[in-house]
Design a protein. Structure first.
Length: 149
């Protein structure tokens, strides 16, 4: 199910709230369906009183998919497009910062952790109260059996 365009426009507000009921990542969902599996929808609720969420769980539990899905739904809603969810209320997002995955920059003598810290510092400098930040694991804090997003 996709929320109709009219529903998205009516629920697009100037608030800093982000409420999505049974949201899905469309490409992941199609990939799972093509292999006979199903996508488990996620509900995300962010508001001015609850702006920081820490997601924990084992590897391959869907943490990165949830982060990407949240960013994708924000972009689709801002564009006035259909949103893959049962219901969505999305405030204006002036900037979207999304970083999922790790990388290093060895040619500049920067470890994965250093790259992540520099990117985080840049996000903190540029983000506004209406920005959506979706950031994945800090490499030095993750273990083989558990990660944090």
């Amino acid at each position: 199910m996709y929320v109709r365009l009219v529903d998205v426009i009516e629920s697009l507000s100037f608030s800093r709230s982000f409420h999505v009921v049974n949201g899905r990542h469309p490409t992941v969902e199609v990939g799972l369906l093509s292999s006979g599996r199903s996508f488990t929808p996620n509900t995300v609720s962010l508001d001015p009183d609850s702006q920081l969420h820490i997601i924990t769980g084992p590897n391959m539990a869907g943490k990165s998919t949830l982060l990407r899905q949240t960013a994708l739904i924000a972009i689709l809603a801002q564009a006035g497009s259909f949103v893959p969810a049962d219901c969505a209320e999305v405030g204006i997002v002036d900037r979207l910062f999304s970083r999922v995955g790790a990388k290093d920059d060895l040619f500049r003598d920067r470890s994965t952790f250093m790259v992540e810290m520099l990117e985080t510092a840049d996000i903190l400098k540029k983000a506004t109260p209406n920005s959506l930040v979706s950031k994945s694991t800090f490499s030095s804090f993750s273990a083989k059996h558990n990660s944090t997003s």
